[in-house]
Design a protein around this ligand. Structure first.
Ligand code: C2E
Ligand code: MG
Length: 742
């Protein structure tokens, strides 16, 4: 059971926390992936931005170099020294040497209007014009644009009186790879600035200046644009760790690439925050774990409390056995699983015999102990039962598969024997028996309630046939029970329609004088004829009809007997009536209504009614005594009456049971017993009457034992009220029999 419960618990926990934990993990993974993606995107965006800046920087760098050349070439002197006439010394000083020394242009050439080189310098020194040959291709790409701009510009118009002629430089630059070395090559048209010297023809000379892209230049560029580890690489160079900006020829031929290690702000950020982030995530995980743990504990508690309430809903608190609800559920499932010709199922109803006596005599706690002991004994006796349930009170049900016929021969006997073993408790040894009713269900489609009803009917039979026995349900029994049920309905009706009547049996003294009568109830059933009180009184007690019936008896007896001044009237009262809280009040009200004198009435109780510790019974008996009623104890000697009970309830009279009286003629033992009862009664000042006196011999024996009062067929049959009234006051001679009635 506990394994099953734990499995359910684990399953429930997994079902509850599984999604939470997986969602949390999925969330974490998603977060990590998202963060990685963002970092990567951040780096990519930064690299794109950096590349754009580098591209722009390269253009700017070209422009700056253009500006350096422009200052040397947009100059009246340049027009004069390179165009109007050609002065190589001027060119050496202002171009070849100047541009190399101050700006790192390693090669400078001057091309005349016919595009022929007229000047060449390498590394600040004039060189041969052949040095132009490698630079010619790039010059050829740059010059046409310059010439076309020159054409567009048209002839230069002087501005007399003004200090300049505002001619923007006409120039262009490009990357070129010459003899394996990358250059920035600039071509600038020689133009005047103040216009004091003007070009001699429509095409002025053009300077070509080439600056090698070396490590110094690269480093300066990198410093300016904050690039890490710059280098010039072939366009085929690939490195995932580096960024590249391609340097192209004017015709878009890729020549080389500027390469650098890109700044990775995302990665940098990640590196900077990863430790605190990891700590944060760990802390969060710890927090989440503690939340989950606490949640798990709460859920565990909830599950446990749910299990508890489920257990309570399906189990009997006292014995921990399954209860009626569980029984019905299981029985339904077991019956539904029956196959035609398969293993039959035995539904065994167990009811304790004389349990009520223990409960009444020793109190509910003793009863509880007994029930617990019986429950554990049933478990031992039926180890292979499908289910053992307690229906409440002293009723149990066992469901057992009947795998072999031997089972039904053995099991019921084992249950009877085990339950009947006495139980040692703080109240001493307790002993009960039990009755069994068994219904064997071997066909499918039987309803649980029907199966239980059949077993119950069989149980009833067991009870009827003297208890401590086993009855197997037969379909005819159903009919018997139905008739019992109809009898119950008839009895309820009889209480209302008055088909019940009272008879009175005389109680006489030794001389035969009637000292009193016992009121006895009679029921003349319209179809069945007279039904004996021994049948209908227990039925009324079981069904609760006894309360209405008892009220009928009291009312009827008070009304019929209130004028019988000479005789005491005994009225039988059931223990069920005595247990009702308003009973004494009811008696008082009825007595007042009928105007009777309680002193003339004797409340006749059975021994068992007084045996328990029921405070309600004690209260009712006390109240009745205070009202003036006397108390007689019927069936004396058959129960457990003790002296203390007699004294506690201030019993006035005991009635020696018929069984002792009838045995008087047969054994000496009974005589001794009756004698000792009488002695006891005398010792505690109780009057005694012997019941069921049928023969003179019995009466004589009783007289010898000291008994002074008698009731029985010998001294008077029960008679209707009117006949009893006639009898009263009449001395009945010894041995004379009154007309038989009832
Ligand atoms: P009980 O109180 O012991 O009543 C005496 C029973 O013994 C009566 O049976 C009576 O007819 C019978 N009896 C009297 N003399 C003799 C005799 O010489 N020989 C034999 N064999 N029997 C004799 P009854 O009337 O059938 O009543 C049976 C039981 O039913 C009573 O036993 C009593 O416990 C119960 N009872 C009867 N009337 C009432 C009633 O009005 N209220 C309650 N609560 N119980 C009643
Ligand atoms: Mg009686």
């Amino acid at each position: 059971m506990s394994v099953g419960t734990n499995q359910i618990r684990d399953w429930r926990r997994t079902r509850l926390f599984g999604p939470i934990v997986s969602m949390a993990l999925a969330g974490l993974v998603l977060l990590v992936v998202l963060a990685a993606f963002l970092i990567q995107r951040f780096d990519v965006a930064s690299a794109d931005h950096e590349r754009a800046i580098v591209q722009r920087g390269i253009v700017e760098q070209g422009k700056e170099l253009d500006a350096v050349i422009a200052t040397q070439v947009n100059w009246d002197s340049a027009i004069e020294m390179l165009d109007n006439k050609f002065n190589p010394a001027w060119a050496d000083f202002n171009l070849g040497n100047y541009l190399y020394t101050f700006n790192g242009f390693s090669h400078v050439f001057v091309i005349d209007g016919t595009e022929r080189p007229i000047y060449a310098a390498a590394k600040g020194e004039r060189s041969g014009l052949a040095g132009f040959v490698p630079f010619k291709p790039i010059a050829d790409q740059l010059i046409p644009r310059i010439r076309s701009a020159e054409l567009q510009r048209g002839p230069i118009k002087p501005r007399p009186g003004k200090n300049n002629i505002l001619i923007p430089p006409i120039q262009g630059n490009a990357f070129a790879q010459i003899d394996g070395q990358m250059y920035v090559v600039n071509a600038t048209l020689v133009q005047p600035d103040f216009g004091k010297k003007l070009p001699k023809g429509p095409r002025a000379p053009i300077t070509i200046a080439a600056k090698p892209i070396d490590q110094v230049m690269l480093q300066a560029f990198a410093d300016r644009y904050l690039l890490d580890a710059p280098m010039l690489v072939k366009t085929t160079y690939q490195s995932p760790a580096r960024q590249h900006a391609v340097l192209q020829a004017p015709d878009h031929t890729p020549l080389a690439a500027l390469s650098w290690i890109p700044a990775k702000p995302g990665t940098l950020l990640r590196e900077k925050i990863q430790v605190p982030l990891l700590i944060g995530v760990l802390l969060l995980a710890l927090l989440a774990m503690s939340v989950v743990r606490r949640g798990a504990a709460m859920v565990q508690e909830l599950i446990a409390s749910e299990q508890r309430s489920k257990h309570l809903a399906y189990h009997d608190l006292l014995t921990q056995l399954p209860n009626r609800a569980m029984l019905f559920e299981q029985l339904r499932a077991l019956l539904a699983a029956r196959q035609p010709g398969g293993t039959p199922l035995a539904v065994i109803c167990v009811d304790l015999d004389r349990f009520k006596e223990v409960n009444d005599t020793l109190g509910h706690h003793a009863g509880d102990l007994l029930i617990q002991a019986v429950a554990s004994r049933l478990r031992t006796a039926c180890p292979d039962a499908e289910l053992i349930a307690r229906l409440g009170g002293d009723e149990f049900v066992i469901l057992h598969e009947v795998s072999g016929t031997a089972l039904l021969d053995v099991l019921p006997g084992r249950v009877l024997a085990t339950v009947s073993e006495r139980v040692g408790t703080e109240y001493g040894w307790l002993e009960v028996g039990c009755s069994l009713g068994i219904a064997v269900i071997d066909n499918p489609g039987v309803e649980p309630s029907e199966a239980l009803r059949w077993a119950d009917i069989a149980l009833y039979r067991s009870k009827e046939s003297g208890r401590n026995c086993v009855t197997l349900f037969e379909p005819e029994m159903d009919e018997a029970l139905r008739s019992r049920l109809s009898l119950e309905a008839d009895l309820r009706r009889a209480v209302q329609d008055g088909s019940l009547r009272m008879v009175y049996q005389p109680q006489v003294d030794r001389s035969g004088a009637i000292t009193g009568v016992e009121a006895l109830l009679r029921w003349d059933h319209p179809e069945r004829g007279p039904v004996p009180p021994g049948v209908f009184v227990p039925l009324a007690e079981e069904t609760g009809v006894i309360l209405a019936l008892g009220e009928f008896v009291l009312r009827r007896v008070f009304n019929e007997t209130h004028g019988w001044q000479q005789a005491r009237v005994a009225i039988n009262i059931s223990a069920v009536q005595l247990r009702a809280s308003g009973f004494a009040a009811l008696v008082m009200r009825l007595a007042a209504e009928a105007g009777i004198d309680p002193a003339r009435y004797e409340i006749e109780l059975t021994e068992t009614a007084l045996l328990g510790n029921d405070p309600q019974i004690a209260a009712n008996v006390d109240a009745l005594k205070r009202l003036g009623f006397s108390i007689a104890l019927g069936d004396f000697g058959t129960g457990y009456s003790s002296l203390s009970v007699l004294q506690r309830f201030a019993v006035d009279r005991i009635k020696i049971d018929r069984s002792f009286v009838s045995a008087l003629e047969n054994t000496g033992e009974s005589g001794a017993l009756v004698e000792s009862m009488l002695k006891l009664a005398r010792a505690i000042n109780l009057s005694v009457i012997a019941e069921g006196v049928e023969t003179e011999a019995q009466k004589e024996r009783l007289v010898l034992c000291g008994c002074a009062d008698f009731q029985g067929h010998l001294t008077g049959m029960p008679l209707p009220a009117d006949e009893t009234a006639q009898l009263l006051g009449v001395v009945v001679p010894a041995g004379r029999k009154v007309r038989r009635q009832g």
